[in-house]
Design a protein around this ligand. Structure first.
Ligand SMILES: *[C@@H]1O[C@H](CO)[C@@H](O)[C@H](O)[C@H]1NC(C)=O
Ligand SMILES: *[C@@H]1O[C@H](CO)[C@@H](O)[C@H](O)[C@H]1NC(C)=O
Ligand SMILES: *[C@@H]1O[C@H](CO)[C@@H](O)[C@H](O)[C@H]1NC(C)=O
Ligand SMILES: *[C@@H]1O[C@H](CO)[C@@H](O)[C@H](O)[C@H]1NC(C)=O
Length: 292
C-alpha cells in the first residue's frame, strides 16, 4: 500500500494544523471553542453514522466527518459547554431523511445530554426499539420515533423519561377514514408497535410532564377497558392526545374530566370504544378537535 504510507504523514500534518487553528486561530475571548463538540460525542455520532445504510436516503450526512466540529453537523446542535470539556449534543434531528438501519445503534445512548431526538420517517428495518438504553437519555423533553419501521413492544425505559413534554410513537399515517367503508380490513395488521408489557398505564405512570402524546396505530388492546381510567392522574397537563386505531375498548373514563388543558383528542378508528360521548368535554374551553 505505497499510497497509504505516503498519505499518513500528510494526514498527521493536517491534524496538527487543525489542532493549532482550533486552539489559537480565532482570536481572544471567542465563544466558538466553548461550543466545540466534545470528542466522546463526536465518536458516538460517527459510530451511529456507520450503522446507517444510505441507499434510499435523502442525505449521506456528508458534514459528519472526523476532526470537524460535530456541533455544526447536519441535524446536530449543542449546548454552550459551560461545564468545560466541549459542547454536549442536545439536539439530534434526523427526521424524514429515509435512513435505513438494521437496528437502533447503542452509540445513540452515549449522547446523554440530548433534549430533543427525532428519528422519525427513517427505516429501522422492523427491529425493536432497544429494550435498554433510553433510560440514559434522561434529559429528553422531545422524542419522535414515528414512522421509523420499529416493531413490537415499546420498552419500559421510555416510561422513565420523566422530562418528556412530547412523545410521538405513531406508526400510522393520518387516515381520512370517512370515504373508505372497509377501513378496518385495510388496516388489519397495521399495529406494528404494541403496549402489553409494560402496559399503556405503566408506560405513562411517571410521564407527568407530557403535553403531547401521539400513539396512532399502537396496539393497546391488552389494557382492555382500563386504558383511560388512569389518564387523569398520569398526564395532568396533556394538551394533545392522539390514539388513532389503538384497538381501544370500553367507555371513556370520567378520569379524563380533569384534563382541562386538552386541545386535541383524536380517538378515531377504535371500534371498541363504547358508551355515550362524555358531557364533560363541553367544559374544556380549549378543546378544538374531538374525533371519536
Ligand atoms: C459509550 O461511552 C463509553 C464510555 O463512556 C465507551 O466505553 C463506549 O465505547 C461508548 N459506546 C459507544 C457505542 O460509542
Ligand atoms: C414527528 O415526526 C413526524 C414526521 O416527521 C411529524 O409529522 C410529527 O409532527 C412529529 N411529531 C411531533 C410531536 O412533533
Ligand atoms: C415510576 O415511579 C415509581 C416511583 O418512583 C417507580 O416505582 C416505578 O418503577 C416508575 N415506573 C417506571 C415505568 O419507571
Ligand atoms: C387555554 O388556553 C389559554 C390560552 O392559550 C391558556 O392561557 C389557558 O391556560 C388554557 N386553559 C387551560 C385550562 O389549559
Amino acid at each position: 500500500m505505497p499510497h497509504a504510507t505516503h498519505l499518513l504523514p500528510l494526514f498527521i500534518v493536517i491534524q496538527l494544523f487543525w489542532l493549532a487553528t482550533s486552539s489559537h486561530g480565532h482570536g481572544h475571548g471567542n465563544t466558538r471553542d466553548s461550543s466545540y463538540c466534545h470528542p466522546d460525542q463526536a465518536a458516538a455520532l460517527l459510530e451511529l453514522k456507520q450503522s446507517f445504510i444510505f441507499d434510499y436516503s435523502t442525505t449521506t450526512l456528508p458534514s459528519w466527518q472526523p476532526g470537524t466540529d460535530c456541533c455544526s453537523w447536519e441535524g446536530v446542535r449543542c449546548d454552550d459547554g459551560v461545564s468545560g470539556g466541549g459542547g454536549s449534543v442536545t439536539v439530534l434531528d434526523l427526521g424524514g431523511r429515509g435512513l435505513y438501519s438494521y437496528r437502533c445503534h447503542a452509540a445513540l445512548f452515549n449522547l446523554t445530554s440530548l433534549r430533543y431526538l427525532d428519528l422519525s420517517m427513517n427505516d429501522f428495518g422492523g427491529s425493536h426499539i432497544p429494550a435498554v438504553g433510553f433510560e440514559r437519555l434522561s434529559k429528553l423533553t422531545h422524542l419522535n420515533l414515528s414512522y421509523s419501521g420499529f416493531y413490537g413492544q415499546i420498552p419500559l425505559p421510555i416510561g422513565k423519561l420523566t422530562n418528556l413534554v412530547s412523545l410521538d410513537l405513531s406508526s400510522l399515517h393520518n387516515i381520512e377514514s370517512d370515504e373508505i367503508t372497509n377501513i378496518y380490513s385495510i388496516l388489519d395488521g397495521y399495529n406494528f408497535l404494541v403496549l402489553r408489557e409494560p402496559s399503556f398505564e405503566i408506560l405513562l405512570a411517571n410521564l407527568t410532564n407530557l403535553r403531547e402524546l401521539y400513539l396512532d396505530g399502537v396496539d393497546i388492546s391488552s389494557s382492555g377497558e382500563g386504558w383511560s381510567s388512569g389518564l387523569g392522574i398520569a398526564v395532568p397537563h396533556i394538551q394533545i392526545l392522539s390514539m388513532v386505531y389503538c384497538q381501544l375498548h370500553g367507555p371513556i373514563h370520567t378520569s379524563l374530566s380533569s384534563l382541562r388543558s386538552l386541545t386535541v383528542v383524536n380517538l378515531k378508528l377504535n371500534g371498541g370504544i363504547s358508551g355515550a360521548v362524555p358531557e364533560f368535554f363541553t367544559d374544556f374551553l380549549n378543546l378544538s378537535v374531538l374525533q371519536l
